[in-house]
Ligand binder design. Sequence first.
Ligand code: SF4
Ligand code: SF4
Length: 359
Amino acid sequence: MKNTHFQLYSNCLLVKGHQRSLIMDLQREISELIPGSMYEVLQLLNASVPLSDVYVQYGEENSETITEYLEYIREKEFGHFCDSFDTKHLPSFDTVYETPEKINNAIIELNKDNLLSFENYLFQLEEVRCKYLTIFFTEITASTDVFSILQLTSRTSLISVELIMPYPGEGLPEMIREMDHSGNKLISLTLHNCPDNTAEVLPAPLNYTLVCLERAITGFGHCGVVKSENFSTNQQKVVESLNHNSCLYKKIAINTNGEIKNCPAMSKVLGNVSTTTIKAVIEVPEATALWDIRKDDITVCKDCEFRHICTDCRAFTEDPEDRFSKPLKCGYDPYTTGWADWSENPLKRKAIQHYGLSV
Ligand code: SF4
Ligand code: SF4
């Protein structure tokens, strides 16, 4: 084999940013920033242009840089030298995203007013083959009610259940231990408004993830903050992002009034479970209108190298009237590659007031 060509491995996808670009390795689930100029070179090579032609195109003055960079990419195992036969026969990565379920994930807000409706919600989620459920208890709920809810979910085709609830006070160690058996689908419990050092006095290890937060979570107004530590090169999430909205695709939420929404933080109500069903609601185009807004379509994000490892937010945007506006709670600027505190940006003040956010 002659090393006449160079290609990224098919599981390594390039994302072009305004200043710099990103290689996403969907097999190892890691990402690496690369200079914008190398994006152009790698694009040419990936399109089967021979190395010799690329060197000619960029001139002798850039030869050493290109050689060093390709060697770096090879050492990092993002790409390999090959010949023209390989470039024609190595299969490319399949980025089609198709899932059979009508709803993938749901968020249900519960309190004493709608606790008895939970079984009905669950029935409706079964009808649309929902896979992942998050339950947000808006107030302290008796442990017996929480156990009943977990028991109901164990009889469904849900894959996992996550619970978010306020610190319940006395009886917590027993409650935590009771939840810790293989008969339920609980994968995570987040307790908020906890006293100092709560986790230290709780039983461990558990077969679900336990998070204890001192701050109180009063609703989904806190949601949608973009942080680099939350970027994820998860293969399924990246492919979803290439095709659909990375937060809202096949997501549904029900609040304590039984109102169906795209997410709990949205003001738009799509229907109410007392008069309609989730299955019926998602047949209406306005219910799914946000599902296909990709990062590639969003102002500013479309020029950001992180766009397919970053989650989108359509509930809080810089311009509330523009459905393609950048997420409000992002402080990254792909035109300068700088991060700033989004909440202190004077240009965002109007939107912060519009949503009534306390920052
Ligand atoms: S749209 Fe925004 S607020 Fe709603 S769930 Fe997604 S990130 Fe959170
Ligand atoms: S600009 Fe857009 S894609 Fe980039 S980090 Fe911010 S929200 Fe994510």
